[in-house]
Design a protein around this ligand. Structure first.
Ligand code: GAL
Length: 379
């Protein structure tokens, strides 16, 4: 009995810490979400085998996500099978099949192609496995249970607003400013949402010519897949930026580049430097350049003045929230959600963590003081 009391106290303390880490927030979505408070009555079922599937090791954030998920689940007594699929869809499908065969109780999946898992997830559901879509919504299937992510449309909104604020557009500055738009992978539903959030903010300025997209590419959210960079590859973003600069900007500078994440921003930066742009230059100053994930390399670029900002999505919080959802579900408790996302089949109960931006002015408080990075890591 004593042990159970101790465990319950510990669980209550940890549940309280999770509530603080990834605050429940009212989210404007098409479907008002039932925000349900978890009632922690008894210790969650310690133990159980959890399969964690991440898309690739090529981008820093997914290594952090995988490490956080593994350490936080193991700390709570779960056994973890963590796999990376090198951005290869067939590999990820095979990994899921193997985990089903191994008898996992839970699958936490950051999908490579959100529309490619419907068949294998039928097998998961037949095996009564809890399926949580992690960060990226899994589309076109009824066979997922929950979605844990950051507010993806808000990511774009913050990026768009950062551009507006930096240029003083809401204060009557009419430019015009030249701008080009980049979009993430066409197989990633997040990329559509990032783009929608940003263009909803920027559309009035594009329409009235204050922001002049000289290429004419990607000016509306409907066009997102036309210019999407498959696999979020830096080198492909670099190639597109090089082509845009050569074709449209030989006789005038580019003032703004909307990049949805850091891997694209790093490729764009390489193209701009090669074209003679440099921070503080009188003749070819670096454009306002957005990003997302606060990768170490992009944070270094922010300190160097080439990238302007990045969205901070604390992967520790997303992992903690996902682990809470696993615990609550396996303990038969109400799983706390604060939104729903439509995946073309149903409104998926979701938990959205809140993104914020980091730039030269606030990175110390956000990233160093929180222990996310050390100062040395960013030198
Ligand atoms: C998105 C993710 C972003 C971004 C991109 C590349 O789905 O939400 O953080 O980094 O993938 O991994």
């Amino acid at each position: 009995m004593y042990k159970k009391i101790v465990v319950v106290v510990l669980v209550l303390a940890m549940a309280l810490s999770f509530m603080v880490a990834c605050q429940a927030k009212e989210v404007e979505t098409a479907e008002p979400a039932a925000t349900t408070e978890a009632t922690v009555e008894e210790a969650p079922a310690a133990g159980g085998l959890v399969g964690v599937l991440m898309p690739t090791k090529d981008l820093q954030r997914w290594n952090q996500d995988g490490d956080n998920m593994k350490s936080q689940l193991e700390a709570k007594g779960y056994t973890v099978d963590l796999q990376y699929a090198n951005n290869d869809v067939a590999t990820q499908v095979e990994q899921i099949e193997n985990m089903i065969t191994k008898g996992v109780n839970v699958l936490v999946i950051a999908s490579i192609d959100g529309s490619a898992l419907a068949n294998v997830l039928e097998e998961a559901k037949a095996a009564d496995i809890l399926v949580i879509a992690y960060d990226r919504l899994i589309m076109d299937t009824a066979n997922i249970d929950y979605y844990a992510t950051f507010d993806n449309e808000m990511v774009g909104t913050i990026q768009g607003q950062y551009i507006v604020d930096t240029l003083g557009l809401a204060d009557g500055n009419v430019g015009p400013f030249t701008m080009e738009i980049f979009v993430g992978s066409p197989d990633d539903n997040n990329a559509k949402l990032f783009n929608k959030g940003a263009l909803d903010v920027l559309a009035p300025y594009i329409e009235n010519g204050v922001l002049d997209v000289k290429s004419g590419e990607g000016k509306t959210n409907e066009e997102w897949t036309k210019i999407g960079i498959l696999g979020w590859k830096s080198e492909d973003a670099q190639a597109r930026m090089e082509n845009l600069l050569t074709t449209y900007y030989s006789d005038e500078n580019i003032d703004v580049v909307l990049s949805p994440n850091d891997s694209l921003a790093q490729g764009i930066t390489a193209a701009l430097i090669a074209a003679g742009y440099e921070p503080g230059s009188e003749t070819k100053p670096f454009p306002v350049l957005t990003g997302q994930d606060c990768d170490v390399n992009s944070m270094k670029n922010i300190l160097a003045g080439t990238q302007s900002m990045s969205i901070f999505k604390d992967t520790r919080d997303l992992a903690a929230r996902t682990v809470t959802m696993v615990d609550q579900y396996l303990a038969g408790q109400t799983v706390e959600t604060n939104a729903t996302y439509n995946n073309n089949v149903f409104e998926v109960p979701s938990y959205l963590c809140t993104p914020v931006f980091a730039d030269i002015n606030n990175y110390k408080e956000l990233l160093i003081d929180s222990g996310y990075y050390t100062e040395d890591q960013l030198q």
